[in-house]
Design a binder for this molecule. Structure first.
Ligand SMILES: *[C@@H]1O[C@H](CO)[C@@H](O)[C@H](O)[C@H]1NC(C)=O
Ligand SMILES: *[C@@H]1O[C@H](CO)[C@@H](O)[C@H](O)[C@H]1NC(C)=O
Ligand SMILES: *[C@@H]1O[C@H](CO)[C@@H](O)[C@H](O)[C@H]1NC(C)=O
Ligand SMILES: *[C@@H]1O[C@H](CO)[C@@H](O)[C@H](O)[C@H]1NC(C)=O
Ligand SMILES: *[C@@H]1O[C@H](CO)[C@@H](O)[C@H](O)[C@H]1NC(C)=O
Length: 363
């Protein structure tokens, strides 16, 4: 008996280890320009010299400032020539790539004058990029199906490029399977796997901003208020401790809050969010839902629109969640190439609503 018990707990430990390994395999965090390792939350960003082995060119131009609170923004590496980082990859898959930029002025370089391009594998991620005055993080996810990931930094003529920090790590499969359900993707979705995606907005409806350390993959989420069209049409709902989720697809708190139609209004209208985007591109939208408002299953039915197109009709979250309330689900949608610079997402009542008209969105 004792032996068997021992064996069982031994296997459990192994599983934990391999899970941890799966999440953190091939993770590269670099604090460019830094002379010592930098710990941010529970992660260590390597000092620049430990990452020099991934660089294609030798000249080390490292600059620093003291005028910023964020440790990652104290230093930067300046690139005057085409330079690449080549990271060995042992596990193929989709990788998050984050670039941190904070343009400061050092003795010999004014980083705000930089103008450059960045490529990852065959994808151009940044084109003639000039950093804004404030700090900015650019986040992408790119499929890596070879044994290395090459990131190319190309200054434009007579210009420089720089990086304050870089993050490269695997997005585990569980981010797309988790406890959440992926609904039949629309045609065209398959191509998404091979595309490079840039994160535009990650929004927590009805909730608060979520800092990188509140997310298992250090993603930041922002409040939805600034995108909301008519605030009085909706209310925000919080139900802490309600949602059952591992927090991989989205942090638990995303599901514990939502924006709901304001049923106190005489007129029941759509609740809409406006996002500023770039025409000519396709956008991938992930709708996070968790029915924290119903008191019993199958009470809530609503429609979801992207611009004026209905993408979900009579959406029934409890049937998506196999009969359970408080269970996260998500739906992915890809837009056609956009012809305008705004993207509007709306939720609204269904036509033949037998129940109280309502609609929600969590993230
Ligand atoms: C910085 O991190 C690297 C990789 O974890 C480690 O090898 C090195 O010893 C660390 N350096 C210091 C000064 O802690
Ligand atoms: C690197 O850039 C410097 C200054 O712009 C230039 O003089 C030099 O030729 C470049 N080196 C290479 C290898 O391109
Ligand atoms: C949202 O976009 C629509 C159409 O582009 C525009 O008419 C409306 O004023 C915008 N609302 C907000 C709050 O930006
Ligand atoms: C949470 O969801 C998982 C997966 O669907 C399920 O196995 C588990 O029983 C649920 N836990 C609770 C408390 O409902
Ligand atoms: C919600 O928006 C859609 C698309 O713009 C529209 O067809 C529908 O009538 C709107 N619903 C309500 C209740 O205003």
């Amino acid at each position: 008996m004792g032996y068997k018990d021992g064996l069982v707990s031994c296997i459990m430990v192994l599983c934990l280890v391999c899970l941890a390994y799966r999440v953190y395999a091939d993770s590269y965090l670099i604090d460019c320009g830094a002379t010592s390792n930098t710990t941010i939350g529970n992660r260590v960003f390597l000092a620049d010299r430990y990452a020099a082995k991934y660089l294609s060119t030798r000249p080390n131009i490292l600059v620093k400032t003291l005028s910023e609170n964020n440790l990652l923004y104290h230093t930067a590496r300046v690139f005057r020539n085409l330079t690449s980082y080549t990271f060995p990859i042992s596990q193929t898959g989709r990788y998050f790539i984050r670039f941190h930029f904070f343009p400061f002025t050092s003795k010999s370089y004014d980083l705000s004058s930089a103008k450059f391009m960045v490529f990852a594998q065959q994808f151009k991620l940044l084109n003639e990029f000039s950093p804004p005055k404030v700090s900015v993080v650019k986040e992408y996810s790119v499929l890596v199906n070879t044994n290395r990931l090459t990131i190319l930094i190309v200054p434009t003529v007579n210009s420089i490029a720089f990086l304050n920090a870089i993050e490269v790590f695997l997005v585990p499969d569980s981010v797309t399977t988790d406890y959440a359900t992926l609904i039949n993707p629309l045609p065209g979705y398959k191509d998404l796997v091979t595309m490079a995606l840039e994160t535009f907005y990650r929004v927590n409806m009805g909730g608060s901003n979520i800092d990188f350390d509140g997310d298992k993959f250090w993603r930041s989420w922002i409040q939805d208020d600034r995108f909301l069209e008519q605030k009085d049409l909706s209310i925000d709902i919080h139900k802490y401790g309600a949602a059952n989720s591992s927090g991989l697809v989205a942090p638990l708190v995303v599901y514990e809050s939502c924006r709901e139609l304001n049923s106190q209004n005489d007129i029941i209208a759509n609740v809409s969010w406006n996002f500023s985007v770039n025409r000519g591109f396709q956008y991938s939208l992930r709708f996070h839902y968790c029915d924290i408002v119903s008191t019993s299953p199958d009470e809530l039915y609503f429609n979801v629109y992207v611009d004026s197109l209905m993408i979900s009709e009579d959406l029934d979250l409890t049937s998506l969640a196999k009969g359970s309330l408080d269970t996260p689900v998500y739906l992915d949608y890809i837009t056609p190439e956009l012809t305008t610079n705004t993207l509007r997402v709306s939720i609204g009542p269904t036509a033949g609503a037998q129940n109280q008209p309502n609609a929600i969105l969590n993230g």
